[in-house]
Design a protein around this ligand. Sequence first.
Ligand code: ADP
Ligand code: LRH
Length: 477
Amino acid sequence: MRRVAAVDLGASSGRVMLGEVGDGVLNLSELHRFWNGPVQLRDTLHWDILHLYRSLLEGLRSAGTVHALGIDSWAVDYGLLDGSGRLLGNPVHYRDTRTDGVMEKLLERVPAAELYAITGLQQLPFNTIYQLAAEHLLDQARTLLMIPDLLGYWLTGEIGAERTNASTTQLYDVRAGDWSPVLAERVGVRLELLPRLREPGDVVGTLLPAVAEETGLPTATPVIAVGSHDTASSVVAVPAADERFAYISSGTWSLVGLELDAPVLSAEAREANFTNEGGVDGRIRFLRNVMGLWILQECQRAWAADDLPRLLRDAADAPPFAVLIDPDAPEFLAPGNMPRRIDEHCRATGQEPPRSRGATVRCVLESLALAYRRTLRLAQTIADRPVDVLHVIGGGSQNELLCQLTADACGLPVLAGPVEASALGNVLVQARALGEPLPDLDAMRALVRTTHQLRRYEPQGKPADWDAAESRMFGIR
Ligand code: ADP
Ligand code: LRH
């Protein structure tokens, strides 16, 4: 039996999980869960990276004997090191306003079509390339490390860039499989800043003596590079039985799409803003970011309403299709005042704002389900890959109302679970690196399928209601 620790840092919480993998066995248990989120400090929105690092060490301390550990986190963000390896500043949150207007300016110099032909990445205003264009510390920096690589560096002293996360920077050439010198030069990023790439499954290094002492783990414990982009790890754990599946990795964001063998770089894909992110074992995650449960999380924060089950019951009782929003509207990206911004969005689109919390939540969930429907239909057409089933994984797979609305809107059966998909994908890639006979993604997914219970939602209701709602939604975009 392989025992490994998986550190999984989502945008709303971090966790250290203990994974056990053996013949027909895939156990996961939580060692430590901790808060994660934005911290506003003067004029900049940050992550609390030292809190994350300390929490990671705390989790590892309670792990007991493990054969290895691996780290995955949200994408696009980074820390900069100076020439002596010290962190320059506290990593900035991708929702910070420093990137306001930056994408538009950079696109005047580098045409969107050229960017897409090289990177295959969707345009998100916070992609690393745009953050770097707004970065004040670039001149002093000698090394750029994505968040899991930064934490791995603090654990081992080793520098590198894991490929799946590197693929989210928009500085990575998706066909060449390496950093793009052309783009780095065009945006003024010195190529030496970008470390050598690592594959998921590579050994990052072993623990520094001080880390071993702090965690009680032997110095020989390897840190393994997993699919260090959390979404790459979560897609590993999609319990699909064949290739005719779509997925929604449902957490703070909803990552909605398909798994492909090769990138789709067509004009159609670019115009529909689909991304081709790097997956484990050379797969491509052809997907779009839908704003996700962030909107609900921010409503809960504004209302100080911790009781999510109650809010969801109220939403289930609220009248259907009363109000719709475009969840991907840019005004929903930044933190703060979310219920008020929903109300303003409704007024601006000629709708009466929702009258209760339950109605607001219903509006958010129905609007998300419609965004999923539109995204999945486009993905199947553009990639020419029809699907029979939609897997919903991550924390949002526990939201029964959203799962049912998703099945109804998409006209597809939804299979919900596992909840901790990123941690499972992280564990599975580590187990394989340690020699567990899990030759390919099919084998890993088969193990998830036989060890985890999924909940099935059949499409219900009248398809015509969703057609009408979709037309209304197009009207407000
Ligand atoms: P991230 O990795 O982005 O931090 P998670 O995958 O942990 O996100 O998912 C967090 C979200 O899952 C929460 O915002 C919440 O909406 C949803 N969620 C968590 N627990 C439940 C639950 N018991 N019922 C319904 N939804 C839940
Ligand atoms: C989800 C995620 C997503 C990225 C976003 C920044 O946690 O990694 O795949 O686009 O965060």
